[in-house]
Structure formats: C-alpha cells, structure tokens
Design a protein around this ligand. Structure first.
Ligand code: ATP
Ligand code: MG
Length: 483
C-alpha cells in the first residue's frame, strides 16, 4: 500500500520537517494507520517520536503558526496540538511494565519497537514514518497488514499476558470485532475466556465506554455474543447471561431468550441510531428468567416480565455506570410497555389505544419500532400477519390521536383547580379525584370534555365528603358551556 499518497494532509509533512529539525524520528501510529487501510474516517491523529513528544509538539505548533494551540502534560510526557478544529497527539516512544493489581503501567522511555510492542492488537500496532527521507514507509512488526486483510483481531504478544496486564483490552478486542466486523483470532479469543475474571481490576466507567461503542455499532449482537461466549458476561452482567439457554419440561421448551434478544437488538439497530432505544431492546425481556414458570396446561409463561423487567433497569444502569437521568426512565418505560402494542393487535379497543398513546407520549414511535423488532418468529407467514395487524393498530392510533390529541394530554381540570373548587390544600384526596377524572376520561370517547370532567370530579368529591365552593363551581360551569 502506498502511504505517500494516502498521507495527503499537510500536517504530516509539517511534523516530519519539525522532527528532522530536532534530529528525531517521527511516526503516525495506531488507530489512524489502521483506519487508513480500512478507508474509515478517523478523527484524532497520534504521533510517536523517539525522543520528547512535548518538544516535537512545540516545534510543530510553532511551524503551524497562528491558530495552533499546544498543551502538554509534563508528568505523562504527552502533548496535544489543536489546529483548525483538528487534534494531534504527540508522545515519546515508551516501554511499559505492569504489576498485577492495577492497569496503570510503569512507564519508561523506549525505542519505536518497544512502543509498538506495548500496543493491544496487531492492527493497532503499525506506524508510518513522516520524516522527509522515509516519508510514508510502513513499520509493521507483527503482521498488522495481514490481519487487516484476513479481518482478524490478534494481540502482538502472548495474549494471556496482554489481557492480564490490562483487562480493558478484552473489551477493546470485542469492541473492534463488533465495529469492524472482524473475527477474533482463536488463541486471542481463548485467552479472553481464561482471563475474564481479571476484569475485577477495571473501573465500570471504562467498561461502559466500550460497551456503548459496541451498542452504537451496526450489529451490536456480535459483541454481546462474544461477551457471552468468553464468560465476560458472567463477570459483569449476569442478568443478561441468564437469558441464555432453553429449558425443556415434559417435552416442551421455550425459545432461547438471549438469541431472541440479539435478534431484536440488531433489528432495532438497523432501524434507529438511538442508543437508548437499543438499550431498551437489549433489556426488554430481562426479567424472563426470574418470571419463568412451567404450567402443565399453558406451557411456559413469563407473567409480568415487562413490569418486573422495568423495575430491574435502574439497578442495572447504576451498576454499569449508565446515566440515571431521563434516559433510564425512557428505557424503563419502553421495557414496561413493550407488550402493549402486541396486545392491541389481538384486541383493539378505542380506550386501549387512547391509553397507550397517553402513556407512551412522545416515545410512541420508538415503542412501535421496538415492538416491530420484537416479532421474531421463524414462521414467515406469522410474522407477515403480525406486521400487517400492526399497521392497522398504527392507523387506528393515528385517527384517535388526530381527534383527541392525546400525545401530551392532560385532563381538562388540573390539580390546582380541584383544590380551589373544594377549598382544600395538597392532599391524598386531590390525587384520588384527579386520578378518577383521568381514568374515566380515557375510558370515555370524549377525553377533552370539560363538562364530563366536572361531573366526574364532583362525583368523586361527594364520595370523599367534600363540598364544592359555589362560586368556583359557577366559574368552571360557565367555562364549560362557553367551549
Ligand atoms: P478509536 O479511536 O476508534 O477508539 P483507536 O485504535 O484509535 O480507536 P484509542 O483508544 O484512540 O483507539 O488508542 C490509540 C492507540 O493506542 C490504539 O490504536 C492502540 O495502538 C493504543 N492503545 C489504546 N488503548 C490501549 C490499551 N489499553 N492497550 C494497549 N494499547 C492501547
Ligand atoms: Mg483513537
């Protein structure tokens, strides 16, 4: 491969000339070189020099002139140059050694070979010279080009040592396999299985970064399958592992819920880039193992798995260091509601449709994407029929929503008005009255009818022994007539 023509940007020559001026060697290394081969856009560029990375960065910054900004970290011997929206990293070639309890190595200055040998995979362990004399020459000590052509992830050195030294590399191996759709070399894969327990020294935040890169990939199931097969799942995500396998009682088995989940996840990923919708797909059946029962007449049942699953979501998010804000609530909501559209296919009533529109609010489309993906029968005719019925439900939703605008629906009389009407403060009674109003309106054909709302409120108020204030009552009645 001709790197001279691949390294088109001026920066490569600028760095090479700066390095020459300092009497140093300089190389582009790592992910950028790999991505050149793969014609994959790569945003940051890493340079290694045999010598001081900081000195080189300063020189480069000087050469670039106005608009270049150099920052450096003396303790780490690293420097960064920002120029016209791009970021360039500089570091001196280094040698690393590890002790057992930490993934932070002891670092010394080293040769280019030392630096390349400490890198995680052969495809990430290539360098290309940028010094004018040797511009574009590839240094590939471990067969990185071959592995790129064979589409294989392989460690340059003994994989057991590589993974034991820094267990994050196991997740990185699986993450690259997923992103690039590469296989993991059998020896490397077997070493991941042997060292899976080493992830105990990793922080969950580091794992989270890799997992979300897997989730953002085109086909996230590749990564989850590898994590299951290597035993990594047992270490950090037992609930997901528990979905795996089929139990047979009296000759009747249920489907493998792990494989089903993988299929749903990939289908959702094909339909949407929304990371949290993908998480909802991964977790939609998470409570199946804990709710599983065998009933001699009904066969396998998973009663309430949607509801119990939604309750499991925050605990999983907390452990995996996923966000605990509105994003976890969104995932919970989709897990809880994921059976509802299917139920509608079987029995579609206006009030059930209204209720679902109201409860899913702005997430209705996402819910439907999840539900469509959830239909994974092997029977093509059955899938076709289901999807067809689904379209009918969607049409019904559209019609009902157009009429009553239920997306962001609120009952016509709110809590403040209820308090004023009965001359009471915030209390359990207000909640009960409001709930009665909401429930009955959703059952009715006219959820926005103010007269009906008032009638419901008075009815519940009376039941609770409350008397309406005549003036307030008059005011609301007048408004109702005017509408
Ligand atoms: P991407 O930026 O797409 O995540 P990358 O390969 O550039 O991929 P970085 O994390 O940016 O990954 O790391 C840059 C380079 O540093 C890698 O290509 C690899 O050579 C090396 N590297 C990064 N992390 C490790 C690690 N944990 N162990 C060994 N080498 C590593
Ligand atoms: Mg990178």
């Amino acid at each position: 491969m001709d790197f001279k023509s691949k390294l088109k940007a001026k920066i490569f020559h600028t760095v090479g000339e700066a390095a020459d001026g300092l009497g140093m060697e300089a190389y582009v290394v790592g992910g950028y070189v790999r991505d050149l081969f793969l014609d994959r856009g790569s945003k940051d560029i890493d340079f290694v020099t045999v010598g001081s990375g900081i000195e080189l960065a300063q020189k480069v910054s000087e050469k670039l002139g106005r608009g270049a900004k150099c920052t450096y970290f003396k303790n780490f011997g690293t420097a960064q140059v920002k120029f016209r929206g791009k970021e360039y990293e500089f570091v001196g070639a280094r040698k690393e050694s590890y002790n057992r309890d930490s993934r932070n190595p002891i670092v010394e200055n080293g040769t280019l070979d030392d630096d390349i040998s400490r890198r995680d995979f052969t495809i990430n362990a290539m360098a290309v010279s940028v010094n004018p004399e040797s511009f574009g020459q590839l240094v590939d000590r471990f067969g990185g080009v071959d592995d790129l052509e064979r589409r294989v992830i392989r460690t340059p050195l003994d994989p057991d040592i590589t993974f034991s030294d820094d267990p994050l590399r196991m997740f990185r191996a699986i993450r690259f396999a997923t992103q690039l759709d590469f296989a993991i070399d059998p020896d490397t894969l077997a070493a991941i299985a042997r060292n899976a327990h080493r992830i105990e020294i990793l922080s969950r935040e580091r794992i989270e970064v890799e997992i979300n890169k897997i989730m953002a990939s085109k086909k996230p199931s590749i990564g989850w399958m590898l994590m299951r097969d290597t035993g990594l799942l047992d270490q950090f995500f037992p609930e997901l592992k528990a979905l795996s396998g089929v139990e047979i009682v009296k000759g009747r088995g249920h489907k493998d819920n792990f494989l089903h989940t993988m299929e749903v996840l990939d289908k959702v990923a094909a339909a949407s880039d929304n990371l949290w919708l993908r998480w909802a797909a991964l977790l939609h059946d998470i409570a199946k193992p804990v709710t599983k029962r065998f009933d001699p007449s009904a066969g396998w049942t998973f009663h309430n798995h949607n509801f119990i699953g939604s309750k499991m979501v925050p605990k999983i998010f907390r452990r995996l260091k996923l966000p605990l804000d509105e994003r976890v609530k969104y995932v919970q909501k989709l897990v809880e509601l994921h059976m509802r559209p299917i139920a509608l296919v079987e029995e579609v009533t206006d009030s059930a449709v209204r209720r679902l529109i109201f409860e899913s609010g702005n997430d209705l489309e996402d819910l439907m994407t999840l539900c469509r993906a959830d239909i994974t029968s092997k029977n093509a005719e059955k899938v076709r029929r289901h999807l067809e019925n689904f379209e009918l439900v969607m049409e019904k939703m559209r019609v009902i929503n157009e009429k009553d605008n239920l997306r962001n629906w609120q009952p016509p009389i709110d809590g403040a008005q209820i308090m004023k009407l009965f001359g009471i403060g915030q209390s359990r009674e207000v909640g009960e009255i409001k709930n009665h109003e909401k429930e009955c309106l959703l059952e009715s054909d006219t959820p926005n009818d103010l007269n009906l709302a008032l009638k419901l409120i008075l009815e519940k108020g009376e039941e609770l022994g409350l008397k309406p204030d005549p003036e307030e009552l008059q005011a609301i009645s007048t408004e109702a007539t005017a509408r």
